[in-house]
Design a binder for this molecule. Structure first.
Ligand SMILES: C[S@@+](CC[C@H](N)C(=O)[O-])C[C@H]1O[C@@H](n2cnc3c(N)ncnc32)[C@H](O)[C@@H]1O
Length: 247
């Protein structure tokens, strides 16, 4: 599996992506093209696709440095965040403990700006935990959840079908599933024979419709700042599913 998510460079980019203020990602000394600011706060916007009432258990798969898991903790009494990257889970866990994490925002070449990531306000974190793990081989005793979130994970897995197969038992009857994917299938992460043949939406519907209803399909843009002048602007396809009350 790819180790790119263990590097200091990607860790700093994700701390900025998940916890950076708007003015840290798009500094006000420059005029930015229309729409860039609408791509901010992606890890918050994907969680906003869940319904608003309080539930017992939430799961964030491929949680990276944790922002969506922190947001899920606002309405889930217990949240488990799982990611394959040890570096990401260490950072998420430090933030959960209330530590402030320093990191370098890269401007160009060796020019950097020191920034700090810290927890968003107003969180009760007593029921939140982060674990390093593999979304394709989750522990058999993980149990079932009222909400499962997996953002920009599927097309980073070597065998994404293994996760899709596990989802019916991971989501409680009546529970919600939010999947976001930019559908950027790359050989670097997923062998071509595992890519969806007729498009990602068709593949998701075939795999999930026996156990889930598709409630909504939409797009959410996101922005990852690499340097002062280089950004990844991407649109992620978001699908919201409800688990059948019974099979
Ligand atoms: C593109 S990032 C998305 C992170 C986050 N959900 C977001 O939307 O910002 C993909 C994440 O999936 C994680 N990942 C890759 N393979 C994984 C696996 N087999 N199990 C769990 N997480 C994995 C990576 O470490 C990384 O944090």
């Amino acid at each position: 599996m790819s180790s790119i998510y263990e590097s200091d460079k990607i860790l700093a980019e994700y701390l900025l992506f998940h916890f950076g203020a708007a003015a840290e990602i798009l500094p006000s000394d420059r005029i930015w093209p229309a729409g860039m600011d609408e791509a901010l706060d992606f890890p918050v916007r994907t969680v906003a696709h869940f319904s608003k009432e309080t539930v017992k258990r939430g799961l964030d798969l491929g949680c990276a440095v944790g922002r969506s898991a922190f947001e899920m903790a606002r309405t889930c009494a217990e949240v488990v965040g799982i990611d394959f990257s040890h570096a990401f889970i260490r950072a998420a866990e430090s933030l959960r403990r209330g530590e402030v994490l320093g990191y370098d925002r890269r401007e160009e070449a060796t020019v950097q700006t020191r920034l700090e990531a810290k927890l968003p306000d107003g969180l009760d974190l007593t029921g939140l935990r982060f674990c390093q793990g593999d979304a394709m081989h989750l522990p058999s005793d993980l149990g079932a959840f009222d909400r499962v979130h997996a953002a920009n994970l599927l097309c980073r897995l070597p065998q994404p079908g293994l996760l899709l197969d596990r989802l019916p038992e991971l989501v409680n009857p009546g529970g919600e599933l939010v999947l976001a994917t930019p559908c950027t299938w790359l050989e670097e992460f997923t062998p071509p024979e595992q890519w969806p043949v007729n498009g990602t939406l068709d593949w998701l519907e075939s795999a999930l419709s026996p156990a889930f209803d598709l409630i909504r399909q939409t797009e959410e843009p996101f922005l990852i700042r690499e340097t002062a002048r280089k950004f990844q602007w991407t649109s992620s396809m978001v699908t919201v599913w409800r688990r059948h009350a019974r099979l």
